[in-house]
Design a protein around this ligand. Sequence first.
Ligand code: FMN
Length: 184
Amino acid sequence: MLKNKRIILGISGSLRAQSFNTHLLKFTLQRIAQNNNVTVKIANLNLPLFNEDIENSTGIPSNVLKLAEDIRGADSVVISTPEYNKNLPGVLKNALDWVSRVKPQPWSGKPIIIMSAASGQSGGERAQNSLRLCLAPFDPILYFSPEVAIPDASNAFDRENIPKSKIIRDKIEKQISKLKAHLE
Ligand SMILES: Cc1cc2nc3c(=O)[nH]c(=O)nc-3n(C[C@H](O)[C@H](O)[C@H](O)COP(=O)(O)O)c2cc1C
């Protein structure tokens, strides 16, 4: 009997059209889709700024509810985050704050791998650390290694937006393998 397709949700912490994190995310999702029976979805983080007045007057916005449902329905999540001033970007924190208002919250027990691309030499490591702290209250399953952090991002991708470094590509494969059991 054919098994139902698993769902993998990708989240980029950058709204920029030519975002290196979105390139990294799409490459990773493509790699996952090549070896698993999965449907790939990409989340929309273009949400209003969190404001309890919105929640109390018109309710939680429909695009936040959609994001929460996408997270709830996913078998695993991949997040690629930029680093802004040594931390996760506001776009991502804003999304986490909004989604935390949807009950039951959808992150509990959700397997997540995290990666980053940044112009600095640490490749966004600090953004990853701060993102992990921000996710901790929601009790997901966070995988910690190997760490995929791409430095000097503007020189790190080829014309097809694929990471040039084989070391990085191998680390991505190892990270993906952490999700294997959740995508069978
Ligand atoms: C407001 C702002 C703050 C930034 N802070 C950092 C930083 O702390 N560390 C770093 O490596 N790069 C930093 N950068 C550079 C980003 O890594 C770079 O713009 C990257 O391409 C953003 O990710 P994206 O390509 O996915 O949009 C910053 C960029 C902006 C716009």
